[in-house]
Write a protein that binds this ligand. Structure first.
Ligand code: NIG
Ligand code: FE
Length: 412
């Protein structure tokens, strides 16, 4: 694989040779940087970096960063990027006053997406999802988690997970797959939720685990969706199949999701719009990563997770897009960085760490992704010349990315 040298980097951001674990509390405000730098990559890995005075004089590919910033590629640890159709009609219902929960009760929401996905041919689903993936790569995403959960039948959950597997095979970005069969109770089981849960346990999990189709297990543990007891049972069973939990918790109500995630050693508990001091304290005592999804709050007009308070309490947080057709139809992480700053009062450095290193931690990938370090994957963003890291969230909505490099190759 050809080598690639990036020279004349104005600021090389997010250097990390020493933090193996999550950046927490005050550490979240620290971003190690080097001015007037070069970055050299070979075989898809970073093999050297340093000041321009030590810049090597040759490589197969030389890219002049023209004083732009170089950042590690974004790490988006929570998405539903595989879906069949947009849902802008529900967006308009909400503008007219209906709530997300009311729309879901009337068969909109996740069930609406499931009906469309069940009817869609697998190749078409793959093509559409691949287009979405290419778009987020062009916006700087280098590692991404993608969930199933719009299938809600054995066949359609498998269809989604096979699509994710094809994406893994065909793209150089890092992809982790999560089984979210417990995303909603399908209409056919409306009067028999126990039957659906048994179906997941008896029929879905063995096949999914047996075929290695998922890395993680997710449950939408929330008011109107899955209860604490159901979530506990599903997570325990999935753990027996080797799938670690990463769950949806406390989006719509403070109903114990955080605690049940922690109890089951979840890698992360995600959403957290409705948490209090008890949940923050429980998270402080655990290794579970709180993941916040500011664009979901923005788009639904619901409260933001108290990310400022969490960091001030010493927690480390990850920030993810939740890219999905219902609650967050965007995978633009530069814009998300801005939302985290303006709406959650995070410093640009804290938002940056939440979207890079800590996001990588929420996919157990911090050794490969989320920072600039020797031996790490050569997946990074070259920006136009900008005055500082803070300029990214400041100039919200503007595209400052000049070039994305994934595993040592320029993305066109
Ligand atoms: O993370 N909250 C649950 N699942 C998604 C929304 C899914 C949908 O509305 O399609 C979320 O927000
Ligand atoms: Fe989600």
């Amino acid at each position: 694989m050809p080598s690639i040298l990036v020279k004349n980097i104005g600021t090389l951001c997010g250097i990390n040779e020493k933090f193996g674990g999550l950046k927490k509390g005050g550490e979240m405000a620290r971003v190690d940087q080097l001015n007037q730098a070069f970055l050299l990559c070979e075989n898809g890995q970073i093999i050297a970096y340093g000041g321009m005075d030590g810049c090597p004089d040759r490589a197969d590919n030389v890219v002049d960063a023209a004083n732009g910033h170089v950042l590690p590629g974004w790490c988006d640890s929570h998405t539903h990027l595989v879906f069949a159709a947009s849902r802008e009609e529900e967006f308009v219902y909400r503008l007219k006053g209906m709530s997300y929960a009311e729309i879901a009760e009337k068969g909109g929401g996740i069930l609406n997406s499931a009906t469309k996905l069940q009817a869609m041919d697998e190749d078409l689903l793959y093509e559409q999802s691949a287009q979405r993936l290419e778009k987020v790569i062009s916006m700087g995403t280098a590692a991404i988690e993608i969930k199933s959960g719009y299938g809600l039948t054995l066949d359609s959950e498998l269809k989604m997970l096979r699509v994710i597997r094809r994406l893994k095979e065909n793209y150089a970005v890092g992809i982790k797959a999560t089984f979210l069969g417990a995303h909603a109770i399908p209409t056919a089981y409306k009067e028999n939720r126990q039957g659906y849960i048994e179906h997941i346990i008896r029929d879905m999990l063995p096949i999914i685990a047996g075929e290695g189709l998922a890395d993680y297990m997710d449950v939408f543990c929330d008011k109107g969706f899955y209860t604490i007891e159901e979530t506990d049972l599903l997570l325990k069973t999935a753990a027996g199949f080797g799938l670690k939990p990463k769950i949806h918790a406390n989006e719509l109500a403070n109903s114990g999701g955080v605690q049940i995630g922690i109890k089951n050693n979840a890698i992360s508990v995600d959403h957290l719009e409705e948490i209090g001091n008890d949940e923050i304290e429980a998270l402080r005592q655990s290794r579970t990563i709180p993941t916040v999804l500011p664009s979901c709050s923005y788009f639904l007009g619901i409260p933001y997770a108290p990310a400022r308070k969490m960091i001030d309490a010493g927690l480390g947080i990850a920030i993810a897009s939740d890219y999905n057709p219902g609650t967050s139809p965007s995978g633009n992480l530069s814009l998300l960085m801005s939302l985290a700053c303006t709406q959650m009062k995070l410093l640009p450095e804290e938002a940056f760490n939440g979207l890079t290193h800590n996001g990588a931690c929420a996919m157990e990938w911090q050794q490969q992704y989320g920072s600039i370090g020797l031996g790490k994957t050569a997946s990074f963003i070259i920006t136009h010349k900008i005055p500082s890291l803070a300029f990214i969230p400041y100039s919200f909505g503007e595209n400052l990315i000049k070039q994305v490099v994934i595993k040592g190759r320029k993305v066109s």
